[in-house]
Structure formats: structure tokens, C-alpha cells
Design a binder for this molecule. Structure first.
Ligand SMILES: [Zn+2]
Length: 397
């Protein structure tokens, strides 16, 4: 009795220490700013917003400092997102100055944070020092400016709830992120007989929005009212975790979780609450249920699938090579390659799932600046061909 109480006290103390640490981390990182000048306001106090400093250089020239959430080393994904409003219509110059690395994401803008456009090249100059200079026409209407379309946590939640309602799926809260945001999955209800599954994960890395722009149409294709998708759903269960790093997405992080950790380097150590939920969720595939395919959606400089190496056997066999071949024969305006990568000691989702379950575990990477319509069109084809291949594999097992 006494010892169990002591254990609980120790556990409580550990919890408070962790909370204190996470408070320190968030106190150091202050991406939420409201910078007020005579007629102009620049702000990042919204979901996904990030600027770490503002300075007025002259009447219509401003400098914004863009800083990662944690000191380097950190991945070179310099996310920025802010809103500019002005009491008078005017043209202003805004410099984006990075404390680490250099400008990467071509600036996009929106008036409502839903419809986004790329800035014309005449409005953007990339300077030799790695900063970017934007020329903006601003007025009373908020102008959103960001490295990619802003897809906040709420976007993913609303989408998942809509999918669950429309297709009669289970919407299940798996647990909480370090900053107490629900991490959830949507999953087909299946029947007692359902024992074959695919598993999809997204948004481990906050700025990797194009990965999310593929995950959405990919998933919707699996739930379409087509004969193929119906047959697939009669045969396979589907689990989707669309937003594994909600805190990072909310805070406009470049890479990390609120635990200052790259979550896709924690599948193995499982030091973070977010990745531990994935370990627990996948445990079922060790016993009575079978996992057939694992997909993790990300973004990088180009469209690429990171797959197992050719001499690493998967079950089903040769899935990635076959998938690539049939998709390449069908997609237009979406150049991509399969990049086989042997297992390393790096604790990524791909390495963990492949070494644990022996299934194809693929990182579906979408280029930062890939045409948005092409991302969607390709995702539909990838989804259709995945369904065909897995149905064939199941029929021939
Ligand atoms: Zn990534």
C-alpha cells in the first residue's frame, strides 16, 4: 500500500517535471505575434501562424524574422504564416529573414485562408543571403501569406468527422498529444470477419501540407461509391490517422512535436505520447489481424515514394514496384519515382512498420510546389491501383 502510493507520488512528480519542461520549451518559442504599426498590422496569432519578430525598416518596408521552434539541428523546412491588414490601401515590401537555413517555400496568399494562390514571380525576390523579399498590396481585408496553404488541426478534424458521418466510420480518439489535443483515427466498422487492414498516417511534419493534400483525395477514393472501392471495403478494413502532430501543426512548427522531437525519428524509442499511440494502435496486427500496407504521407522537394529496397522481401511481394509501374502508366503531369531505401537504424515509421510486420511500408512524399490539381489526380490513381493490387494479392494468397 505504502509503496504503491510512493510510486504514484514519484509518477506524479515525473509528470509535473515533464509539464514544466514542455512549458519552458513553449515559452522560449513565441511564434504568435501581433505587430502594430501606424496603419498596418502583421500578425501570426492564429492556428498555424509563425513569425518570430517584426521590424519596420522604413515607411513601407518591414522585416520579419522566421525562426524554428527549437535550436538547430532541425530539418530545413522554414515555415512562415502571417496576416497583413492595412487601414489604407498601400504597397509594402516585406522581407522574410531566416535565422537558420534559407527561403524554401514559394509564398502563397489567400483572402479567406481557404482559397490559395501562388504569388507571381514579380512579387517575390529571393536574395543572395537566403532571405525573400515580397511586394504586397494590402488593405483592410486580411491578406494571409504563408509557405503553403494553411491547413490547421481543425481542418483535419472537420474532414475526419465529415468522412465518418458520410461513410458510417468509427471516429475514435486514441489519446492526447503532449499539449492535450486529441489524436484520433477514422476506421471502417467492418464485421467480425474483417481481419485484413491497411493503415494510413499523415501530418507528422507540420509544414508538409502537400502530403495532406494527397492524403485527402487518396482516402476519399477508397470511400467512393465505385464498384472497385466497394469491393475493396468489403475485403479490407481501413484505418486513417490524418493528424499525428496536432501541436506542431497548431504552433506552425518547422518539424517537431511539442516535445521538441521529430516524431518520424521516434518509431522505435517511442519517447513521445503521439508515437506511443501509434505503437499501441499497431499492436493488434501482431496477433489476429493482418496488416497489408502502411502509408505515411509527407512532403519534400519532389514527388517520390520511399519504399523497401528490392532485396527486402515484403508480404505482399513486390507491391511497391508493381504499384509504381501501373500508376506510372496512368498518371499524367505527375512525375515521380520510387526510391528504394534499405532499412537503417533511423527510427522512422517506414523502418519500424517494415521490420515489425514485414509489409510494404511506404513514405508517400509529394513535392512542395507540385501542381495542386496534379497532386489530387495522382492520388486518385494511386488509390485505385493500390485497391486493385491488394485485391489481387488477397485473391491469390
Ligand atoms: Zn516528412
Amino acid at each position: 500500500m505504502t509503496s504503491s502510493l510512493a510510486q504514484r507520488i514519484v509518477a506524479g512528480a515525473t509528470m509535473w517535471t515533464l509539464l514544466a519542461i514542455s512549458f519552458v520549451v513553449s515559452a522560449q518559442d513565441e511564434p504568435r505575434r501581433v505587430c502594430d504599426y501606424d496603419t498596418l498590422t502583421i500578425r501570426s496569432d492564429f492556428s498555424g501562424g509563425r513569425i518570430s519578430g517584426c521590424e519596420q525598416l522604413s515607411a513601407n518596408h518591414y522585416r520579419l524574422t522566421i525562426k524554428p521552434e527549437d535550436e538547430p539541428p532541425i530539418n530545413t523546412s522554414p515555415w512562415y504564416a502571417f496576416i497583413v491588414t492595412s487601414e489604407v490601401e498601400q504597397s509594402v515590401t516585406v522581407d522574410l529573414v531566416y535565422t537558420y537555413f534559407k527561403h524554401r517555400y514559394w509564398p502563397k496568399y489567400s483572402r479567406d485562408s481557404r482559397q490559395w494562390s501562388r504569388f507571381d514571380s514579380e512579387n517575390v525576390t529571393i536574395l543572395d543571403d537566403g532571405s525573400a523579399r515580397l511586394t504586397l498590396t494590402v488593405n483592410e481585408e486580411p491578406l494571409f501569406v504563408a509557405g503553403q496553404e494553411i491547413l490547421p488541426y481543425e481542418f483535419h478534424t472537420a474532414w475526419a468527422k465529415k468522412m465518418a458521418a458520410r461513410h458510417d466510420l468509427n471516429f475514435v480518439e486514441l489519446g492526447l498529444s503532449r499539449h492535450q489535443k486529441p489524436i484520433y483515427k477514422i476506421e471502417t466498422k467492418g464485421s467480425d470477419q474483417t481481419e485484413d487492414y491497411i493503415f494510413i498516417v499523415g501530418r507528422q511534419h507540420p509544414p508538409e501540407v502537400t502530403g495532406a493534400l494527397a492524403l485527402v483525395p487518396y482516402t476519399e477514393t477508397l470511400f467512393a461509391e465505385t464498384a472497385l472501392a466497394k469491393r475493396f471495403r468489403d475485403t479490407f478494413g481501413i484505418v486513417i490517422v490524418p493528424a499525428l502532430n496536432p501541436d506542431g501543426v497548431e504552433q506552425g512548427h518547422w518539424r517537431h512535436s511539442m516535445g521538441s522531437k521529430d516524431l518520424n525519428r521516434d518509431w522505435g524509442p517511442f519517447t513521445q505520447p503521439e508515437t506511443r499511440l501509434m505503437r499501441e494502435e499497431l499492436e493488434r496486427f501482431r496477433t489476429d489481424e493482418r496488416l497489408w500496407l502502411f502509408l505515411d504521407f509527407h512532403s519534400t522537394a519532389r514527388n517520390v515514394l520511399y519504399t523497401q529496397a528490392d532485396d527486402e522481401a515484403t508480404n505482399p511481394a513486390h507491391f511497391a514496384a508493381n504499384w509504381t509501374k501501373v500508376v506510372k502508366a496512368r498518371v499524367k503531369n505527375y512525375a515521380f519515382e520510387r526510391a528504394p531505401r534499405p532499412v537503417t537504424a533511423l527510427p522512422t515509421s517506414k523502418n519500424y512498420v517494415y521490420t515489425t510486420f514485414g509489409v510494404p511500408a511506404i513514405t508517400y512524399e509529394v513535392g512542395d510546389e507540385t501542381n495542386r490539381k496534379s497532386i489530387e489526380d495522382a492520388a486518385v490513381v494511386f488509390a485505385e491501383e493500390m485497391m486493385r493490387l491488394l485485391l489481387d494479392a488477397k485473391a491469390n494468397q
